[in-house]
Ligand binder design. Structure first.
Ligand code: SF4
Ligand code: SF4
Length: 371
């Protein structure tokens, strides 16, 4: 695998500057695109406005599409958001700004929801031995993965490797949480999937990132960077170091490295020397959550860790959180959801699904004392 990661300083989402960055990268790496079908796979978690910094910024995706087309590539954008159905996906693609790009550049949006599925075997899968994926995904010659740099209260970060979970249509994503409750098992499940979906390039939007209690209600952090490479794990590791985190403490990253799915170290960084931002706020549980043995997790989690917490001011009582919870940990006695903390596995699917960003992250007593 190519061992170069490019770190570009990028102060804003200026479209022309972004096109220059991508054109320069494609030229330096000799990317052959003429006449080839190319998929841009952004983070389209849910219907969020670009200003919320939950999803990949549309100017980044649009500039990448323009650079691909300049190189003769036939470009499409595609993804599946949290939740079920084509209508849900259309509303996400519109609100995130991706459909406008398609209209402006006259390119297609590929909805992974509601199309024919192909069963793919996962050799050496630890949690999954097979997975159902949208047929159209296999029609592309080149896949460009376009994640957003965000913290995640279950996985520490959500970056390039985890972004590929969006290829799994609709509620199939929830099955990953249902079958892999512990952060370590979930990392294995994500690596299982990634082993059959390795993209050709990863372009990480770290211009305006998310820190703290991600993946939805964290705070915007201007890191002012675009990070690009062919090795998604090397891109992720670089981003983690820039955020002052140790890739060894990020289960998806170290497991991917251990399984030969990408490098965690020993690759070349092109651009400015990596300077760790020690002020970057990690999510709750960064230091020890994944080290808690599985058998102890349910007992310790009564006192330690972080749990979903509701903002009644924002909640509209739509019950989407209830439908997506893989652990039956949400009930409705009246208008608002109630969380059964004993059953909750801290996957934060509910927070990802909530259209009003009404579900945040609350630290439990021991966590407040120790972190
Ligand atoms: S918390 Fe969010 S998803 Fe759940 S009912 Fe309220 S608005 Fe809907
Ligand atoms: S309540 Fe939310 S965080 Fe807890 S298991 Fe259900 S979806 Fe996951």
């Amino acid at each position: 695998m190519n061992k170069r990661v490019y770190v570009y300083e990028c102060g804003s989402y200026d479209y022309k500057n972004l096109i220059e960055i991508f054109s320069e990268y494609f030229k330096k790496e000799g990317c052959e695109m003429e006449g080839r079908k190319i998929l841009l796979k952004p983070n389209m978690l849910q219907a969020h406005r670009p200003s919320e910094n939950v999803t990949t910024h549309p100017e980044v995706v649009k500039a990448a599409a323009a650079a691909v087309m300049k190189n003769g590539g036939i470009c499409s954008i595609g993804d599946s958001p949290s939740g079920r159905g084509r209508l849900n996906a259309e509303s996400a693609a519109e609100k995130c700004g991706f459909l406008k790009i398609c209209r402006d550049l006259n390119i297609d949006f590929d909805y992974f929801d509601g199309q024919q599925l192909r069963q793919v075997d996962i050799k050496n899968g630890r949690i999954f031995k097979k997975v159902l994926l949208p047929e159209s995904y296999f029609s592309y010659d080149i896949i460009i993965n376009m994640p957003k740099l965000k913290t995640h209260s279950l996985t520490v970060f959500t970056l390039g490797i985890k972004n590929m979970l969006g290829v799994v249509p609709g509620l199939g994503k929830t099955e990953f949480h249902r079958r892999a409750l512990h952060p370590d098992s979930f990392a294995d499940a994500i690596c299982d999937l990634f082993s059959v979906l390795i993209p050709d390039y990863t372009i990480l939007d770290a211009v305006e990132a998310m820190e703290g209690a991600g993946p939805v209600t964290g705070k915007t952090k201007k890191l002012k960077k675009i990070i690009i490479g062919k090795d998604s794990n090397a891109v992720d590791s670089t981003a983690e170091r820039i955020c002052g985190a140790d890739p060894l403490k990020v289960p998806i990253t170290y497991k991917a490295a251990k399984r030969g799915l990408g490098e965690m170290e020993g690759y070349e960084v092109i651009g400015n020397r990596i300077v760790a931002d020690e002020n970057f706020k990690k999510p709750p549980g960064y230091t020890i959550a994944h080290k808690i043995p599985k058998k102890l997790l349910s007992i310790l989690s009564l006192f330690y860790g972080h749990v979903p917490s509701l903002s009644k001011r924002k909640c509209i009582g739509c019950r989407k959180c209830f439908n997506v919870c893989p652990s039956d940990a949400i009930s409705f006695s009246v208008f608002y959801p109630e969380f059964n903390i004993r059953k909750c596995t801290k996957c934060f699917c509910c927070a990802e699904r909530c259209p009003e960003s009404a579900i945040g992250v609350k630290k439990k007593l021991l966590s407040r004392i120790t972190t």
